[in-house]
Design a protein around this ligand. Structure first.
Ligand code: ZN
Length: 396
């Protein structure tokens, strides 16, 4: 639970504001900073200029704008290219530099941040010394959680040369590739191993159909599989992987342990320094330590992952249609073609309402032809992953 100081106007963990000593009031489960790009979109949706207001997202489409709770509705303009083009224009016309002001949030929560950093430092030190024969690596995705984890691990160990692994699915947001280049430039001494599948996503879609929430064949092929192979091929010894997983990301993750033997990749201990951190803790760290982060968050995305993930929210798809126009268009056209092929008469509706994501099966998922092994997905626990046991051939 995060609270709000009416007087100083910022979300805080404290019952008494550290800045003015007034009592704070309960606000929400989470409060996420909203940056200029998203404010421009909100201004369009609300038909009211909120670009100079202080805006926080309180989860889903609930916002706190200038201290007032507001629900923002965007469903009416989903897939409406004319309206979306207007939003793009508004964004490109906005000349002013980012003028985000988070100093109260940073100052008022300083003590809390110091405490959680100290605790994480202690944990990382203990873990590194407990597994001293293991090679420490950081699993880096370009998302905010792994960005913070990387920073914590490097600062705690005083070692900038810890190997970072980027499991490039080849389907990452364009902003993630840009951020990857920036990160490497800013951290010249940090070695990176980018792993990548030799499979082609669109070819696999032709075989399996697009990944759906229950038939998520993509994650293991494009992420865990290549990472595991690279580990086996290039790193001889045991590995201690730090990654940015957090309990608050999903209910089923709440059972996760902080340090655990990896169920997916053998010879590996996985360790989650920020497992107990909330979203606002992560933002507090990023804004206080002035760390560069993936621009997707400035655009309004809450999660950074694959462009075509069936677990992406409607909001995420709405933003993709604004920012990643070409990629979005290509994917939509593919889905329409797919829906027609499987005999959906209302194929536009089937795709636009997101019904394709709920698909239980799909062509190509014939167990006699292609053996698939069902494993829990490493990114989203409600989904299942399918490992291929036999190589895929198109002429089944
Ligand atoms: Zn105050």
């Amino acid at each position: 639970m995060i609270r709000w100081c009416k007087n100083c106007r910022y979300p805080t963990k404290n019952k008494t504001c550290k800045l003015c000593n007034n009592k704070t009031e309960p606000l929400s489960e989470e409060a996420i900073p909203v940056f200029m790009h998203e404010k421009i979109i909100l201004s369009y949706l609300l038909n009211k200029d909120v670009t100079s207001e202080q805006v926080w997202n309180l989860g889903r489409n609930y916002y706190l704008i200038n201290g007032e709770r507001i629900v923002v509705n965007y469903s009416s303009i989903l897939n409406n290219e004319r309206e979306i083009e207007k939003i793009r224009e508004n964004i490109s016309n906005y000349k002013e530099e980012d003028n985000e002001e988070f100093s109260n949030f940073v100052e008022g929560n300083k003590q809390h941040l110091d405490e959680i950093i100290m605790e994480a430092n202690q944990y990382i030190k203990e873990t590194v010394s407990k597994y001293e024969n293991y090679q420490p690596v950081v699993s880096w995705s370009g998302g905010k959680d792994s960005t913070v984890t990387s920073d914590l691990v490097r600062k705690t160990t005083g070692n900038n040369t810890i190997l970072h692994i980027f499991g490039d699915t080849t389907l990452e947001f364009p902003t993630t590739y840009k951020y990857f280049e920036e990160f490497k430039k800013d951290n010249m001494f940090t070695p990176f191993m980018a792993t990548c599948s030799d499979k082609n996503f669109s070819e696999l879609c032709d075989v399996f159909g697009p990944p759906s929430r229950v038939m998520r064949w993509c994650c293991s092929i494009f992420k865990t599989g290549p990472i595991s192979r690279s580990f086996n091929d290039t790193i001889g010894k045991k590995i201690l992987t730090f990654y940015g997983i957090r309990k608050s990301e999903s209910a089923s993750r709440s059972k996760y342990l902080r340090t655990v033997q990896s169920p997916k990749i053998s010879r590996q201990i996985v360790s989650a320094p920020i497992i107990e951190w909330s979203d606002d803790d992560v933002w507090l760290y990023i804004l206080s330590e002035k760390i560069n982060f993936n621009k997707a968050y400035k655009y309004g995305f809450r999660r950074v992952g694959c462009l075509y993930c069936p677990n992406n929210s409607m909001w995420s798809e709405f933003l993709s249609s604004i920012y990643f126009k070409e990629e979005y268009k290509k994917w939509k056209e593919y889905l329409y073609t797919f829906a027609k092929e499987i005999g959906k008469e209302d194929y536009i509706d089937y795709v636009d309402t997101g019904n394709w994501k709920a698909r239980q099966g799909g062509y190509g998922l014939d167990n006699s032809m292609t053996k698939l092994e069902n494993v829990e997905c490493n990114l989203y626990e409600n989904a299942q992953n399918y490992f291929m046991k036999k190589p895929i051939t198109k002429d089944r």
